[in-house]
Write a protein that binds this ligand. Structure first.
Ligand code: HGY
Ligand code: MN
Ligand code: MN
Ligand code: MN
Length: 428
């Protein structure tokens, strides 16, 4: 029988922190915006180069690499009992415009280094270990967040929607995927769905994207729940016209309708009675976008979240009522009110939280239980297997902007906690 895998000894955890930190700079070089910002959008040339870079690192780590029809990339380390369900970890490397170089990346480069740490220590996993690079977590190109993990978790209507989805340049999802070398012979993306039980556990390492750990001087965040995200698309239409010649009583200005709804989003969120309800309008477009032409069309995209799903859905309801009210008072048409996604929150599994807590304690690192207000691929992996997340501090909690930063020590701590957690979960 294969020699049994022994629990790992802490002294054997050796990690090349500087090499790892250099990898963040190397990966950040694959960007469509100037350093220190990073812009890396799904299936663009820079995304393809970055994927190749990660696949090389997976190969060097001795992982066997496979990719699915939409470019989720899996690096596998066979365990002593290869037929057992694997323990998985991973995150994303796509980056929204002018963002930073740690969001997602810590959980991909860090996961590969965690494998290296385990291999250097001589550890042999009982269960296979798998590092996943989710094809796209950000909503940037096709408007849907967690596209890769959402599809892996078996979303039928996403598989359907992607057949006709197009980006802002009118390039279809399948065309874009094919330009990156994916979705070769299939329009039917259900081949991406993973069977339940594929993984015995999933753990994601990620920067906190908030200030709590840094403010409280803590090394590790242990995530107990991920807030419930929702995004809406709204369009108003009016008659537009000449900005000078049309008198005010004769206008139905679609731009003012949008402005009123934007402030209504803030009002309804603040009325929720909880600090955990948030909302913003990150996209507001006016047509024709000429200074002396009354907007005849406005397009806004709303992001609203809460750890309480009911409370969040109530805010969406009130935003919808306000949009309808605005059509009456301003004589504009509500040409679109669509909910892009309205996801439930995810709760971490007790077993995974325990494994992370034990690993953190063994490493003498300070930690705290906390919720994630940002969403992550773990939000969907939680539909497939027991899931948990490990947070490390990031500078002033900054994220989704070039000042995003995680120190070498914090990254190294996160990688060691991840390595120990994976080792524990692979022995269960
Ligand atoms: O928006 C989010 O919460 C994630 O960082 N994409
Ligand atoms: Mn992000
Ligand atoms: Mn992220
Ligand atoms: Mn003119």
């Amino acid at each position: 029988p294969p020699h049994s895998s022994k629990p790992i000894s802490l002294s054997s955890l050796s990690l090349d922190a500087h090499a790892l930190h250099r990898q963040f700079d190397e990966l950040a070089a694959f960007s469509d915006s100037p350093t220190p910002s990073v812009t890396r959008v799904l299936y663009t040339d820079k995304d393809v180069l970055a994927r190749r870079y990660v696949k090389i690192l997976m190969g060097i780590a001795g992982l066997s690499v496979r990719e699915d029809a939409i470019g989720n990339i899996f690096g596998r380390w066979d365990g002593l009992e290869t037929e057992l369900a694997a323990v998985a970890t991973g995150s994303h490397i796509d980056a929204i415009p002018y963002s930073g170089k740690y969001d997602g990346v810590v959980g991909v480069l860090g996961a590969i280094e965690a494998i290296n740490v385990l291999k250097r220590s001589g550890f042999k996993p009982r269960r296979p270990l798998e590092v996943i690079l989710f094809t796209s977590e950000e909503p940037t190109r096709f408007g849907i967040g967690c596209l890769g993990s959402r599809l892996l978790s078996g979303s039928e209507n996403l598989a359907e929607a992607l057949k006709t989805a197009t980006d802002s340049q009118n390039i279809s999802f399948l065309e874009a995927a094919r330009s990156a070398g994916y979705a070769k012979d299939e329009d039917d993306l259900s081949s991406v769905f993973l069977k339940k039980g594929t993984y015995s556990a999933f753990v994601e390492l990620h920067i906190e994207q908030g200030p709590i750990l840094e403010d409280e001087g803590l090394s590790i965040g242990i995530v107990t729940a991920i807030a419930a995200p929702a995004s809406l698309k709204v369009e108003f239409e009016g008659n537009g016209g000449h900005a000078g010649a049309v008198l005010m009583p004769n206008r139905n200005d679609a731009g003012l309708a949008a402005a009123e709804l934007v402030l209504a989003v803030e009002k309804h969120v603040l009325e929720s009675g909880s600090i955990d309800t948030v909302g913003t309008v990150g996209i507001l477009e006016l047509h024709p976008g000429a200074i002396n032409s009354i907007p005849s069309k406005s397009h806004i995209e709303i992001d609203t979240r809460d750890i309480d799903e009911e409370r969040r859905n109530h805010v969406i309801e009130k935003i919808h009522q306000s949009a309808i009210g605005i059509t009456k008072t301003r004589g504009v048409k509500l040409s679109e009110f669509s909910i892009i996604n309205q996801d439930p929150p995810a709760l971490s599994s007790e077993a995974v939280v325990m494994a992370v807590e034990t690993a953190t304690r063994e490493l003498n690192l300070t930690s705290k239980l906390m919720i994630s207000r940002a969403y992550h691929d773990s939000l969907f992996m939680a539909r497939l297997s027991p899931t948990g997340m490990i947070f490390i501090p990031c500078y002033k909690g900054y994220s989704h902007k070039p000042e995003e930063f995680a120190s070498i020590e914090d990254v190294a701590n996160g990688v060691k906690v991840l390595a120990l957690t994976l080792a524990k979960l692979s022995l269960q």
